[in-house]
Design a protein around this ligand. Structure first.
Ligand SMILES: Nc1nc2c(ncn2[C@@H]2O[C@H](COP(=O)(O)OP(=O)(O)OP(=O)(O)O)[C@@H](O)[C@H]2O)c(=O)[nH]1
Length: 373
C-alpha cells in the first residue's frame, strides 16, 4: 500500500469517527466533549484528504494548508480530551499551541525550499510532539479518574505512541535526505501506517469510553431512585428476590412516612423532597452497615430488607432509624417526623411480591391504628 492510499484511509477513518461523534451530540446521555471530538475529527479528515490530493498532484501550497489543518485538528483533539477529563488545560494554552505550531511550520515551509522534502517532515514531526504530549497529559487525568475503565488506558497508550513515533521519525528524516513523502522510504510508510492504526485506536478509545459512560448512566437511571440515590422499586424487588432464592433469611420492612402530605402542604415541595432525600440517606447508611437492601418503593414509601444475622437486633436498628428520622424532621421543618411500618420475615413467603404484600397489609393496619382516634 502506498503512502497516498494510507493517508486517504486515515482521512476516511477520521471522517467516520467525526460523523459518529456528531450524531452522538444530540444524544442527551453523551458527554459534551463529543462535539469537540467531532470537530477535531472533521478537521483531521479534511487535512488528510487535502494532503493526499496535494501529494498526488504536487500542489505545495495545498500541502501547507493540509499540514496546518493537521496541527489545528490535533490541538482540537487535545481540547476534546481536556473537556472529557476536565483536565484544566486553559483555552489560551491550546490557542497558543495551535498558533505557534502553525506559524513555525509556515515559516519553515517558505524558507526550506519547495517540495515535500525531509525538512518539512522533521519540522512536522517535532511540532506534532507538542499536541500529543498535551493529549497524554489530559488523558492521564482521565485514567486517574476512571482507573477501572480500559478506554482511558488505550487512549493514553495510543497518544503516547503517536507522540513517540513523531519523536523518532524526526531524527530519522533529518539524517536521510531521501526520507520524503513522495520517495518510497519504507520506514516512512511504516510510520504513516502505524499512525493510521493508532488513529483508529484513538477513535475507538474515545467512542468506547463515551459509550461505557452513557451505559453506566442508563444503568443508574434504570436501577436507582433519582431523588434519594437508593434502589428504585424494580431493582429493590429484584435484589430481594435474589436473596430469597439464595436461601438467605431476612425480614422485609415496608416503611411509610406519616402525614407527609402535610409536610408538602405546610412547608413546600422542596422541604418534602429534602425529607425524602435525607430519609433515603439514613436507609443507605443502614444498607452499608448491615448488608441490607434499601429502596424507594413509591412517593413516600420505602423498603428495607435486614438480614437476620445483623450485629444489633432489628428492633434496635428500627428504633435508631425512628430517632434519626425524628431528627431529620427537626432539622428540615422544625418538627419531629415519624413513619409507620409493616414487616414480614422471609420464611413466611415464597416470593418477594408475597412478602411485600404481607408487609403492606401490616403497614396498612399500623396506619389505620395511627389515624384512629
Ligand atoms: N415533595 C415530594 N412529595 C411527594 C413525592 N412523591 C410523593 N409525594 C407526596 O407524598 C404525599 C403522600 O400523601 P398521602 O399518600 O396522603 O400520605 P400521607 O400524607 O403521608 O398520609 P399517611 O400516609 O396516611 O400518613 C402526597 O402529597 C404526594 O404529593 C416527591 O417525590 N416529593
Amino acid at each position: 500500500m502506498d503512502i497516498i492510499t494510507i493517508i486517504v484511509l486515515t482521512g476516511l477513518t477520521n471522517l467516520t469517527f467525526a460523523l459518529y461523534s456528531w450524531h452522538q451530540v444530540s444524544n442527551p446521555e453523551s458527554h459534551f466533549a463529543c462535539r469537540a471530538f467531532a470537530l477535531a475529527q472533521f478537521i483531521k479528515a479534511a487535512s488528510f484528504i487535502l494532503y493526499a490530493i496535494s501529494l498526488y498532484h504536487g500542489y505545495d501550497h495545498l500541502r501547507l494548508l493540509a499540514n496546518l489543518l493537521i496541527f489545528i485538528g490535533c490541538w482540537a483533539e487535545v481540547r476534546s480530551y481536556n473537556q472529557l477529563a476536565s483536565a484544566g488545560i486553559k483555552a489560551s494554552f491550546l490557542w497558543a499551541g495551535a498558533i505557534v505550531t502553525c506559524a513555525v511550520f509556515t515559516w519553515f515551509h517558505f524558507t526550506s525550499g519547495d517540495g515535500p522534502n525531509n525538512t518539512m517532515i522533521v519540522t512536522a514531526s517535532v511540532l506534532l510532539v507538542l499536541p500529543f504530549s498535551a493529549s497524554v497529559y489530559a488523558l492521564y487525568q482521565l485514567l486517574k479518574q476512571h482507573p477501572a475503565s480500559v478506554f482511558p488506558r488505550v487512549l493514553v497508550i495510543v497518544n503516547a505512541m503517536i507522540g513517540l513515533f513523531c519523536f523518532i521519525r524526526a531524527p530519522l528524516a533529518a539524517s536521510d535526505s531521501g526520507f520524503t513523502m513522495t520517495g518510497s522510504v519504507v520506514v516512512n510508510e511504516l510510520f504513516i501506517f502505524a499512525t493510521f492504526l493508532l488513529g483508529l485506536g484513538n477513535g475507538i478509545g474515545f467512542i468506547g469510553f463515551l459509550k461505557e459512560r452513557s451505559d453506566e448512566k442508563l444503568c443508574v437511571r434504570a436501577n436507582y431512585d433519582y431523588l434519594t440515590g437508593i434502589y428504585n422499586r424494580q431493582h429493590f424487588e429484584r435484589s430481594a428476590q435474589k436473596r430469597l432464592q439464595s436461601g438467605d433469611t431476612f425480614t422485609l420492612y415496608f416503611l411509610d412516612l406519616d402525614k407527609f402530605k402535610g409536610v408538602n402542604d405546610r412547608f413546600g415541595h422542596a422541604a418534602g423532597d429534602e425529607v425524602l432525600r435525607l430519609f433515603g440517606q439514613l436507609l443507605r447508611e443502614k444498607q452499608e452497615r448491615y448488608s441490607a437492601i434499601s429502596g424507594r418503593l413509591g412517593g413516600e414509601e420505602f423498603g428495607i430488607l435486614l438480614p437476620h444475622d445483623t450485629r444489633l437486633p432489628h428492633d434496635t436498628i428500627i428504633e435508631q432509624l425512628r430517632q434519626d428520622f425524628a431528627s431529620v424532621g427537626e432539622k428540615v421543618i422544625g418538627e419531629a417526623l415519624t413513619f409507620s411500618l409493616g414487616a414480614c420475615p422471609s420464611k413466611q413467603a415464597d416470593s418477594v411480591q408475597e412478602l411485600m404484600h404481607h408487609a403492606d397489609v401490616l403497614l396498612y393496619d399500623a396506619k389505620h391504628h395511627l389515624s384512629s382516634p
